[in-house]
Design a protein around this ligand. Structure first.
Ligand code: ADP
Length: 646
């Protein structure tokens, strides 16, 4: 197929706005633009010029009618195909062209090439050429925010030129410029046109229109034929052949390299976005830092605490067995049982302990009062025999109090736990004091200074078990280390050969299950706190990013106009989330480690940090960062590239 095909051909193209009551911004426009033309579009404000330009530049796709670019029907193209065609075919210059103020002039000019995935070398060559064309070579490395209005407009032109577009679409490119800048931009446009680039420019400026081959007028959405026309030397359409070949296809050759470069570009832009707004980014990172620090501290403290419980229980688990004694069992029977158990192999000692119910004990300093300050006694009341005191490694002050406590003729005596002696108004050593238990006075003969194997005794009033009649109790059996399980099995048979099942025996090994339960509860609690913190971090990061989309509309719309796909825009946001989440996780990890080591040290525990939590933290940061960026990414991807023109 050969022949002249118009470069752009619109047949009966209309664009409606509004939902309920619709109106036409462009009404049945029929227009052809040949290769190499310089077309000026004029008309009053609001007449539909920009709308027309948006359609021609593939920035807007919601029109009706037929529009062909080099003979290719645009409405048959998929969205990514349109993005690619736009990026190869068109260069855009807008009235207030956006430039990223935090990037250099050269990098701003390279945006279109970078979005395409061109190599840095190629970008360098093309950008130098483009900056030279517009006379900005000297400013290549200045930040865009330091450019004047005229320079910024020339930068926009350089950005359009750098991609070697076949068509330059300019929307009032000189609208904000003084006359000398205007003529410079105009000269540039003419020069490009003379080199073969089609130029379509919206203008109010008669001087600009004067330079054009053709002037088209738009009024109330109606495109009228040339008011000024001169015979144009129409150049032959440079590309002939099957239509499909004219859509810039993904280049198979080096596709991997281009894709990699595109990814690099997106990550780079994300890094740049994060680093160019340090205060905002620091706030976002801080939210993740708090959450991850919370998570690490929680799992560190959880693990250290359960290790602590585990250590304490481990020794008891190996050498202690308890046998339940029902209330009403006579003293004689109890002694018999203790004696029987003592006879078993590997049993070293047997003692007895009974907890007295607080309501029954009504423990107090004086008979008629609850305690010195009228409040109920906060500790527990237990009854033990002498053997139990030695089993629990109880130390008393004075030291001989324990012995006295155990002697047969001691009568009603009591030991008071150090931690509660003050509450009972009992002095150190307890001399001369009395405490009342179950309405009976007991003479205090000493205080308990430590009881490493029954720490609750430090908060208890302890009386001799012989002083109360037949309570429900436990026989505490000490075995050789490692024999608790074996002895626990032997005891029921020894005590009740006929019905061993009736003897209730437990080892503190059973408490291990309790420990697992307790530490699971603890972990569960700490985990839910850290999940809540993480949720808050995700929410706050998400809302901050969502708001930032609004402030970046121009930048994002421009990128879309230059060919960045919707997924590309979304990817930049997701990467920003990932970077922020990752930075937060590393900071949080450090804070969390310090905090959990600090807390453990303050408690006198051995600090334990589950490595899984340390390894998981960056992953949690990255994933939650990406999740927080998801909605903003979707919102950003939906930005209409035509926004760049407004
Ligand atoms: P011009 O470029 O000639 O000043 P426009 O093409 O920008 O005019 O606008 C043409 C008409 O379409 C105006 O009435 C404008 O308000 C309307 N218009 C443009 N864009 C939108 C939009 N996104 N939504 C609704 N109306 C729009």
């Amino acid at each position: 197929m050969t022949g002249t095909i118009p470069q752009l051909s619109l047949q009966q193209v209309s664009r409606r706005y509004g939902t309920d009551r619709q109106w036409f911004a462009v009404r049945q426009a029929t227009l052809e633009v040949e290769h190499g033309e310089f077309v000026a579009i004029i008309g009053p404000s609001g007449s539909g010029k920009s709308t027309l330009l948006n359609i021609m530049g593939l920035l807007d796709n919601s029109w009706e009618g037929c529009f062909e670019v080099d003979g290719v029907q645009v409405n048959k193209l998929s969205s990514p195909e349109r993005d690619r065609l736009r990026s190869r075919m068109f260069g855009f210059v807008f009235q207030s062209s956006y430039a990223n103020p935090y990037e250099s002039t050269a990098r701003n000019a390279a945006l279109g090439l970078a979005i395409r995935g061109e190599s840095l070398d190629y970008q360098g060559v093309e950008v130098s050429r483009a900056l030279e064309t517009v006379g900005l070579s000297g400013k290549a490395s200045s930040l865009a925010r330091n450019l004047s209005g005229g320079e910024r407009q020339r930068l926009a032109l350089a950005r359009a030129v750098a991609t070697n577009p076949q068509v330059i679409l300019a929307d009032e490119p000189t609208g904000n410029l003084d006359s000398s800048s205007t003529s410079k931009v105009l000269e540039l446009l003419k020069e490009l046109n003379q080199r073969g680039t089609t130029v379509i420019v919206i203008t109010h400026d008669p001087a600009v229109a004067e330079h054009a081959d053709r002037v088209i007028e738009v009024r109330d959405g109606v495109v009228t034929e040339p008011v000024k026309g001169r015979q144009v030397q129409v150049r032959q359409a440079p590309i002939d052949g099957p239509i499909q070949e004219r859509i810039p296809a993904r280049q198979d050759q080096g596709i991997l390299i281009r894709t990699t470069r595109r990814w690099q570009e997106r990550i780079l832009r994300a890094i740049n976005n994060v680093s160019s707004r340090p205060l905002r980014s620091a706030t976002l990172v801080a939210a993740f830092t708090i959450a991850i620090a919370g998570m690490i501290t929680a799992s560190g403290i959880g693990a250290s605490a359960s290790q602590q419980i585990s250590d304490r229980l481990a020794s008891a688990a190996l050498d202690e067995v308890r046998v339940e004694v029902l209330s009403g069992t006579s003293r004689e029977e109890r002694l018999n049982r203790a004696q029987t158990i003592k006879g078993l192999a590997h049993v070293t000692n047997v003692g007895e302990i009974a907890s007295i119910d607080a309501s029954q004990a009504r423990t107090s300093r004086l008979a008629q009062f609850q305690s010195v300050d009228g409040k109920a006694f906060p500790g527990s009341t237990v009854a033990v025999d002498e053997a139990a005191l030695s089993l629990f490694e109880v130390e008393t002050f004075p030291p001989q109090a324990a012995k006295l406590f155990g002697s047969e003729d001691a009568g009603k005596v009591a030991l008071v736990g150090e931690a509660v002696s003050e509450r009972l108004g009992v002095q150190w050593g307890g001399f001369g004091a009395e405490v009342w238990v179950s309405g009976t006075p007991y003479s205090v003969i000493g205080t308990i200074s430590s009881a490493p194997r029954a720490q609750n005794l430090a908060t208890s009033v302890v009386i001799p078990i012989s002083a109360i009649s037949n309570p429900a109790s436990q026989l505490v059996v000490r075995t050789d280390i490692g024999f608790s399980a074996g002895v626990a099995e032997a005891i029921p048979l020894a005590l009740s050969p006929a019905a061993p099942a009736e003897v209730a025996v437990s080892t503190t090994g059973d408490l291990r299950n309790l420990r697992i339960g307790v530490s699971q509860d603890l972990d569960g609690l700490l985990n839910s706190i850290s999940i809540a913190l993480l949720g808050l971090a995700v929410l706050s990061a998400s809302s901050a990013m969502f708001l930032s989309v609004q402030t970046r509309i121009q930048e994002l719309a421009l990128s879309r106009a230059l060919g960045l796909s919707q997924s590309g825009v979304a990817a930049i946001f997701i990467w920003e989330g990932i970077i922020v989440g990752f930075a937060g996780s590393i900071a949080g990890l450090s804070v969390g480690l310090v905090a959990s080591v600090g807390v453990s040290a303050a408690q006198g525990w051995t600090a334990v940090m589950p490595w899984s939590a340390v390894a998981l933290a960056p992953l949690v940061g990255v994933v939650s960062g990406a999740v927080s960026a998801f909605l903003p990414a979707v919102r950003a991807a939906r930005i209409d590239p035509a926004e760049a023109i407004r």
